[in-house]
Design a protein around this ligand. Structure first.
Ligand code: MSP
Length: 472
């Protein structure tokens, strides 16, 4: 048994959760459940990122004091996480006083690598970062993610000296001591690392007061990323407590858009503190709506609660774990979602459960014990964080059981009066379904529980009164 620490990106609380936000949680939850099944002890953190410009200016637009606005939205994310049945163990808000005090101590411990200077450059408020002249030129001066022109800003900032850490970060990435997945993202980061300038880690308070005060300088607050990244260790009690039982993180789940912060800024902070780097950074792709990036201005943001309402939570988890590729961008459309529900969940799995349980009842077959013995191919994919591929494998097995029923035709055996053979064939089918269900469980935990209840009984197996996935 080993200790596994899983971290998710903490979302900004400048709006409601959307379906994209589910990705960090679902991938991390699947991994957490898989590890627990393997006997590991898991700590799994979630939280909200509440400081910075974005939150401050949206609160103002909504006419609310920023503290109140942040609290309201933080609660919405908490509710969302609960609704998705995410098995987290720890939760943090970056406005927690303990977190803020710990960030200040972290800052002080990094002082040998921090200096002050004036900075003049192009800034995107949406990204909360300055862009290089090269990025400015390549995008025609408009942020491709936020569709807003960059602003020219000059300000005093504190900087974290990247040169102090560049070689070591590079070495650890190349040696996979900090593994970056998928591989093409690792190459991207290595290229980026070459040109990364020192990182601005503060903002003048007169421009933005909503942040953690910089210790020893009343005129500055910490840059939101400095404060946000630290959450992964302040939640464990750093620096008040020894965190070595849990740190380094086994896996950190982040979207592709924030990979640079997690593979350059974050490692620089950790190395400056003398802490080890996370073992793996899993960088997932984005969810698109009808082939397009979701954005409030386009008006195509899909409300995740509406998706859960449509066919229930398990259908939500199913679609986002299997049809949204773990690493590549993938599409959500209502049509694809409905088709996946009806043709796959209801037909392949729902019908299988109903049909097999009915056959069992007819032939007086009693339930079996569940044995957890993952198929090597499945284990290998899960350990490589290839979740959508692992799920495809599991689904192939589900379809395989359907085929096996058609081939073995237990009803014909029963008609011939061959009870021993019927029992043996049916027993094998039940065993197979239970075995596949153990591999399904990290993705669809409630469905797995229902299947265990039906087939892992000491009584005669009977179909559920309502189908697992009623046809819509
Ligand atoms: N607050 C920062 C993260 C700080 S971590 C120390 C942030 N917040 S966010 O709300 O913009 O994004 C939170 C997570 O959601 C990120 O991992 C981001 O990549 C992910 N996603 C946001 N939109 C997404 C999609 N459309 N699809 C998939 N994931 C997306 O960044």
């Amino acid at each position: 048994m080993s200790k596994v620490y899983i971290c998710t990106a903490i979302p900004y609380v400048n709006g409601n959760p959307h379906i994209g936000h589910a990705m960090d949680y679902l991938l991390a939850d699947t991994y957490a459940r898989f590890c627990r099944k393997n006997g590991d002890e898991v700590r799994f953190e979630v939280g909200t990122d509440e400081h910075g410009n974005k939150v401050f200016s949206t609160a103002a637009k909504n006419g609310l004091p920023v503290e109140e606005y942040a609290s309201q939205n933080s609660q919405k994310f908490q509710d969302f996480i609960q609704k998705l049945n995410i098995s987290f163990t720890d939760t943090i808000r970056t406005t927690d006083p303990d977190h803020m005090r710990r960030c200040q101590e972290i800052w002080q411990r990094l002082e040998a690598h921090i200096y002050a200077a004036d900075y003049d450059g192009w800034y995107c408020e949406g990204c909360e970062r300055f862009v290089t002249q090269k990025e400015y030129d390549e995008t025609g001066g408009v942020c491709p993610d936020h569709q807003k022109p960059y602003e020219r800003l000059t300000e005093k900032n504190y900087y974290l000296r990247i040169a102090d850490f560049r070689d070591e970060i590079k070495r650890q990435i190349e040696a996979n001591e900090m593994q970056i997945l998928p591989e093409f993202r690792k190459q991207e980061v290595l290229r980026l690392l070459e040109d990364t300038p020192d990182i601005s880690i503060s903002r003048p308070k007169k421009q933005l007061s909503w942040g953690v005060p910089v210790p020893g300088d009343d005129s500055q607050v910490m840059y939101v990323w400095m404060d946000a990244l630290s959450n992964y260790i302040t939640i464990l009690g750093y620096p008040d407590q020894d965190i070595s039982a849990w740190w380094p993180a086994t896996a950190q789940f982040v979207g592709k858009d924030i990979l640079r912060f997690h593979t350059i800024t974050w490692p620089a902070i950790l190395l400056g503190l003398g802490l080890p780097l996370p073992k793996t950074i899993v960088s997932h792709g984005h969810v698109l709506a009808d082939g397009q990036k979701m954005s409030k201005s386009v008006g195509n943001v899909v409300d995740p609660l509406e998706v859960v309402e449509r066919h229930g939570l398990e259908a939500f988890r199913y679609y986002f774990s299997r049809h949204i590729d773990t690493f590549a961008d993938s599409d959500f459309t209502w049509q694809k979602f409905d088709d996946a529900y009806n043709n796959e969940l209801a037909n392949d799995l729902g019908n299988l459960v109903q049909r097999l349980a009915a056959l069992c009842r007819k032939n007086q077959i009693t339930g079996h014990e569940v044995r957890v013995e993952f198929a090597p191919v499945y284990c290998d994919l899960m350990q490589k964080f290839e979740f959508s591929k692992a799920f495809n494998y599991v689904w192939g097995e589900v379809q395989g059981i359907n085929k096996l029923i058609d081939q073995t035709k237990p009803w014909e055996l029963a008609k011939l009066g061959n009870q021993a053979k019927t029992e043996a064939v049916m027993g094998e089918l039940v065993d197979k379904l239970l075995h596949v269900t153990t591999m399904l469980e990290p993705f669809l935990p409630d469905t797995a529980t229902k299947i265990y209840e039906i087939f892992s009984t000491t009584e005669i197996i009977a179909p559920p009164t309502t189908p697992l996935f009623p046809k819509a």
